[in-house]
Design a protein around this ligand. Structure first.
Ligand code: F6P
Length: 421
């Protein structure tokens, strides 16, 4: 069989616990489909522009490496937040990229990322068509935020949701243990930017033996700080221990982020996203001042997207599946598209892949529907919980060495020794 041309894969945007499972899916399927070389961009398109890439056969040597990769958090290849200019604004950038792709004899370009990263696939596939080049450009969905359009959910979300549900449950137990004759309020800050999917997942802490968080505030609904104080006071009249989940992205009616009310960080990325941090601590200080009881702010921060020890099996498997599906689609001639996950059934849970034009996905944000929140905007509904539950099922045991999880890490010199059992 004549050898096919080469494939190149990159990772972009905020990492997840399962982004490397998609990379493993791309690699394995590309080899099985007879692609000659599989290159990895080091730090996505930004690294590629500096001709920073690696031949993945120097990194992945065995089935055990594939298994390690599936269980390794963060972007194995390194990620980036890089916005390509509009084609008419700066053709030179595109010329440079295509010069590198042609030099490497690339047939297919696969990018694992969220809505900002799909903008890269959109622009590159548009440019290829405009200039009559024959590379194919495919997107693989990835984001803990779960805010990509047209896919039932995104790889990365299920594992982060599981970590958030479990951590919330453990935080509730911790605070109840110290509740004798004193009140306490704990506020947990959860990622997700403008979408409340992850914050809503704190409700997974509800079970036979756990009430779950007392209040949940999503960014989809303007945050009223006076009403918040009223709600907390009303709860304190009934119970002494209160746990509240808030999204990092909750905003006041005037559009200011709540985190901007405190000592906020001013960093804004190239996509115009402000770094969101400090909401829980601000609200904890606010309540301490107004109520006078013990308060604590907990920011789950990067723990929620790197907790591969808590990853969901469904999530790891689906991440692998979408990686493979992108290779198949490219091999069959698709371009300018993103693979999506379709939910086939809930019980038993089954999913399959589909594919959509990336122009319908890039830069769009899928938010939590209003009817999946209660009337007051202080909790999620049963429909929300039923939607998330199948996505957190099962686990993959980490491969433990000396009591710690073993990860697969990039060796840019390409001399890494194969992993031993
Ligand atoms: O987009 C994914 C995400 O994890 C968001 O939930 C969060 O706001 C953002 O990334 C944080 O990004 P960074 O780590 O670059 O500050």
């Amino acid at each position: 069989m004549a050898k096919k041309r080469n494939i190149i894969v990159g990772q972009s945007g905020g990492p997840t616990a399962v982004i490397n499972s998609s990379l493993a899916g791309v690699y394995k399927n590309a080899i099985e489909r007879g692609f000659d070389k599989v290159y990895g961009m080091i730090h996505g398109i930004q690294g590629l522009l500096d001709e920073n890439y690696v031949d993945l056969s120097t990194q992945i040597h065995s089935e055990l490496d594939i298994e390690l990769l599936k269980r390794t958090p963060s972007a194995f290849l390194g990620s980036c937040r890089y916005k390509l200019p509009e084609i008419h604004e700066d053709k030179a950038v595109y010329e440079k990229i295509f010069e590198i792709l042609n030099k490497l004899d690339i047939d297919s370009f696969i990018y694992i990322g969220g809505n900002d990263s799909m903008d890269t696939i959109k622009k590159l596939s548009d440019y290829a068509i405009l200039t009559g080049q024959n590379q194919k450009f495919l997107g693989v969905p990835k984001t803990i935020d779960n805010d990509l359009a047209l896919t039932d959910h995104t790889p990365g979300f299920g594992s982060a949701a599981k970590y958030i549900g479990v951590s919330t449950k453990e935080i509730i137990r911790d605070s109840l243990g110290l509740s004798y004759k004193k009140s306490s309020i704990t506020i947990i800050e959860i990622m997700g930017r403008n979408a409340g999917w992850l914050t809503g997942a704190s409700a997974l802490a509800q079970s036979e033996e756990s009430e779950g968080p007392d209040l949940i505030y999503l960014p989809e609904i303007p945050f009223d700080i006076d009403k918040f104080l009223e709600n907390v006071k009303a709860l304190l009249a009934k119970k002494s221990t209160i746990v509240i989940a808030v999204s990092e992205g909750i905003k006041l009616a005037d559009g200011r982020y709540v985190c901007e009310l405190g000592s906020s960080v001013d960093y804004v990325d190239v996509f115009g996203h402000k770094q969101l941090t400090g909401t829980a601590n601000y609200l904890a200080s606010f309540l301490s001042e107004k109520i006078g009881c013990k308060t604590r702010g907990i920011e789950l921060s990067t723990l929620q997207r790197s907790a591969s020890h808590m990853a969901s099996r469904v999530d790891i498997d689906e991440a692998f599946m979408v990686g493979g599906a992108a290779v198949k689609a490219a091999d069959e001639g698709d371009t300018g598209k993103m693979v999506v996950i379709d939910r086939v059934s809930d019980d038993p849970y089954m999913s399959a892949t589909g594919i959509y034009d990336v122009h319908r996905i890039a830069n769009e944000e899928k938010l939590v529907p209003r009817n999946w929140m209660n009337k007051e905007g202080t909790y999620v509904t049963k429909d929300f919980i039923d939607y998330v539950k199948p996505l957190i099922q099962g686990d993959y045991s980490p491969i433990m060495v000396n009591g710690m999880p073993r990860h697969l890490v990039l060796n840019t010199k390409g001399t890494r020794k194969p992993a031993k059992k």
